[in-house]
Write a protein that binds this ligand. Structure first.
Ligand code: ADP
Length: 489
């Protein structure tokens, strides 16, 4: 808006008319005082100021305007009827005016000048706004940088406070931060701790996971620099993404040496205990067989029944001990598998027969369904028999209310599938993932059914040794299907 300041209404009228006809917004004041009041309330792009006014002349008004920060930059065009005298013009410019016109005003010149000033005003306004925006942007960037620095500091403090060795690396694997524990195992911040001779260097493993952008988790054996001893650690390196873009890696080494040693001691104990148990058990078996023979001469029928029951229990004990022995063999990497060509059909029939003979007191109905195998399979018949016996005894044990069990067989393109289906208590979905783990027993049923939770683990190891697969499908309360596959070639 343009402010016209003149003490004569007719001048204001003609100027207003002229400017409005060119599309400008116009306001007016009849004297200096009114003008000063108005400029403080309103924003003006330009002031057209008459010099000769009573009370306060144009120069005095201009001087006052230059005194306020709000108005000091508003351009002024002085209008004066006085002859162009150099003194007047100088005075006008000294009070901050930007231009000076003498009356009678040439309307074209006035409009030209007003247009120039108006454009300047608008450009100035834009500049001010841009400057403001830039200032804001700089401020917010500064703030973001401070926040980022704080976050990095927080992360470093957290990593420093961990009891583990911790580090941070760029997306391409350059280590940028290590905590104090790092230096117990490595001399330099950019070098990973040294692995036990023969183990894959950590940097090599890390490079693989940088390529795949996936979490790295594996056990390493690294050298403590002070003692010179190697200790087992669990190394975990996780990728940190921002908007799906890999930003960095954060890793920790957790000392698991003590757990490893306890585990090893437990394994050793199990090996010794199961070996020690085996010797007296063999003697017991021998004596029971002798008793069995003698019992034929004894009239009391009960003696024979008791001997049968004892034999039954001894068989269970024997199977437990042999499972424990298997576990220690697996731990030592010495599970014996003697592969040969064998007839799977015969093995299945033998197992069904044995189970039927040894479970005479519970009524069971084992039904064989599916393809009959003509071809011989390459593997360890005794171990496959062990897997099937395990599946079937579980099917009987975990189906107290049902006697029907299916043994299903199917010939696939490159493998055979053997499945044992029962209609017992079933296994919930979340537990299905773990039943093949060592010592895993489903908590809800563990109290009602005896066991050690090692049978399925041994089965999984045997099947893996045969390069087959295994699994479970089950519905809680409905029943379970346990299966394994064996490759045909
Ligand atoms: P165990 O039977 O000695 O506990 P296993 O390794 O043979 O050990 O089985 C592990 C767990 O899987 C069992 O404790 C049981 O909870 C569950 N399980 C195995 N087979 C069945 C089945 N047929 N029906 C229901 N649960 C089963």
């Amino acid at each position: 808006m343009i402010l016209i300041v003149d003490d004569k209404t007719e001048n204001i009228f003609s100027l207003t008319h002229l400017l409005e006809s060119k599309g400008f917004l116009v306001d007016s004041a009849l004297g200096g005082e009114e003008a000063l009041k108005k400029v403080l309330k309103q924003n003006y792009a330009l002031i057209i100021l008459d010099v000769q006014m009573p009370l306060m002349n144009g120069f005095e008004v201009a001087e006052s305007l230059r005194g306020f920060s709000k108005t000091k930059d508003i351009p002024i065009i002085f209008l004066s009827a006085i002859n162009v005298d150099k003194n007047y013009i100088t005075k006008g410019y000294a009070s901050g005016a930007v231009d000076y016109l003498t009356k009678p005003v040439d309307p074209d010149i006035l409009i030209l000048k007003v247009k120039v000033f108006y454009r300047l005003y608008e450009q100035n306004l834009q500049l001010i706004q841009t400057e403001l925006r830039l200032k804001k942007e700089i401020e917010s960037r500064k703030q973001a940088q401070i926040e980022l620095k704080d976050r990095v500091k927080d992360l470093h403090t957290i990593l420093e406070s961990l009891p583990q060795i911790a580090f941070k690396a760029t997306s391409n694997g350059v280590i940028t931060f290590v905590n104090n524990h790092w230096y117990k195992y490595s001399q330099a911040a950019h070098d990973f701790p040294q692995q036990y001779p023969g183990y894959i260097p950590i940097s090599e493993k890390f490079n693989e996971c940088i390529k795949s952008q996936t979490i790295l988790e594996y056990e390493v054996k690294i050298k403590n620099l002070a003692t010179g001893l190697y200790r087992f650690h669990l190394l975990r390196i996780i990728p940190v993404f921002d908007n799906n873009i890999l930003k960095k890696w954060v890793g920790t080494f957790t000392d698991i040496e003590d757990q490893k040693q306890i585990e090893q001691k437990k394994d050793e104990f199990m090996t010794i205990a199961s070996h020690e148990l085996k010797t007296p058990l063999t003697s017991i078996k021998g004596y029971i067989q002798l008793l069995d023979r003698i019992s034929e001469t004894i009239e009391n029928k009960k003696v024979g029944t008791f001997i049968d029951k004892t034999q039954d229990q001894v068989r269970k004990l024997e199977s437990l001990i042999s499972d424990l022995l298997d576990i220690s063999r697996i731990n030592n990497g010495k599970l014996q598998i003697n592969k040969n060509y064998f007839n799977l059909e015969e093995v299945i029939n033998n197992v069904i027969y044995t189970i039927e003979q040894t479970h005479t007191d519970n009524k069971i109905n084992i039904v064989r369904v599916g393809d009959i195998f003509e071809e011989n399979i390459y593997g360890d018949a005794i171990r496959i028999e062990q897997v099937l016996i395990n599946f079937l005894t579980n099917a009987i044990k975990y189906s107290p209310g049902s006697d029907l069990i299916y043994v299903k067989t199917k010939l696939d393109l490159d493998c055979v599938i053997v499945e044992v289906e029962d209609f017992g208590i079933g296994i919930s979905e979340e537990n299905q993932n773990y039943v093949f783990n060592k010592f895993y027993r489903v908590k809800e049923s563990a109290l009602n059914f005896q066991g050690l939770g090692i049978g399925l683990y041994i089965c999984s190891e045997i099947i893996q040794e045969h390069r087959g697969s295994y699994g479970v499908k089950s519905k809680l309360g409905k029943g379970t299907q346990m299966y394994f596959t064996l490759p045909l070639k």
